[in-house]
Design a protein around this ligand. Structure first.
Ligand code: ARG
Length: 293
């Protein structure tokens, strides 16, 4: 496909910072208003705003201990905007803003694009025909290696060509086959120190082979279905800390063996919308908070 649709809006140079940065959005307007994934089906208007606010604040506090957290203003009528992992994908000051598959979320695009522009990122928009749902479907390996990208539910495989082109990286496309695990970050988490945590049944056989060709067996943390449906793979990993919805004792032990510290969170209200810890944050390069003009 052509890259002529790429529009570069503004450029700024990254600067070094000792702590990783993340973008979050308050759940002020969060609700389950429509059904665009199986988790939402029985949960329309079933999330408690008070509990959601408290759970989100707890995640914000825990993450702020180990990382810098920046906020974007929530918008009325966009109840899923709280899931900033779907704002886009950023690396080296360049953001590809999401081009949502479902019309219900397309209103978020403008707000995220504007925020990134105001913060001085180079903003790239993709055509609506090649949907791409940001960090929900594209995860950089944490210690070198490819950009892992999901397709089959929300993001198109065609959008992966754009990712490879923009960052000049190898992209490995992974086919998502279980509707419950509709974004890559619901079933796959590259971790520090060359580890990966994943739920194999969410992928087709060729995709499992791609994952296993890259990660040696002792670096694979295979998640059971029981943990996968608790969004165990939807984990935020900062150094050796892993922030994640409550998971089994077995998986917590396995992560401990690999020298990770699990920080368990209660994210029940967000699970009703089909998201958990990792969906609620987007990783950002540390940037100068000023525009170039
Ligand atoms: N209700 C949202 C949706 O279906 C949840 C998004 C979860 N985000 C994620 N990165 N997995 O789009």
């Amino acid at each position: 496909m052509s890259t002529q649709s790429i529009e570069i809006v503004r450029t700024i140079s990254p600067v070094a910072s000792p702590r990783p940065s993340y973008l979050m959005c308050s759940p002020r307007f969060f609700d389950v208003n429509y059904v665009i994934n199986p988790w939402m089906a029985d949960n329309v208007h079933a999330a408690s705003p008070e509990r959601a606010a408290a759970q989100w604040q707890h995640l914000h506090n825990a993450l702020s201990e180990i990382a810098d957290v920046t906020l974007i203003d929530p918008q009325p009528g966009l109840p899923d905007m709280v899931f900033t992992a779907n704002a886009g994908l950023e690396r080296n000051g360049i953001v590809i803003v999401s081009s949502f598959f479902h019309s219900e979320r397309q209103g978020e695009e403008l707000h995220f694009a504007r925020w990134f522009e105001e913060c001085g990122y180079t903003v790239i928009r993709l055509p609506q025909s090649t949907s791409f749902e940001g960090e929900g479907d594209a995860l950089f390996s944490l210690n070198g290696g490819p950009l892992w990208a999901g397709y089959g539910r929300r993001s198109t495989k065609e959008s992966h060509l754009q990712l490879a082109h923009v960052w000049n990286v190898e992209v490995v496309s992974l086919h998502l086959i279980d509707p419950r695990f509709y974004h890559l970050d619901t079933c796959f988490a590259p971790l520090n120190d060359g580890y990966v945590m994943y739920y194999p049944a969410a992928f087709d056989a060729a995709s499992v082979s791609s994952i296993e060709a890259f990660y040696p067996v002792h670096k694979r943390i295979v998640v059971s279905e029981a943990d996968a449906v608790r969004f165990a793979c939807n984990a935020i990993n900062v150094d050796r800390s892993i922030l994640v919805n409550e998971i089994s004792r077995e998986l917590t032990e396995r992560l401990k063996e690999a020298n990770f510290t699990v920080i368990p969170l209660q994210l029940s209200e967000f699970l009703k919308a089909g998201g958990a810890a990792k969906c609620l944050v987007m990783r950002l390069s540390p940037l100068l908070k000023q525009t170039t003009n």
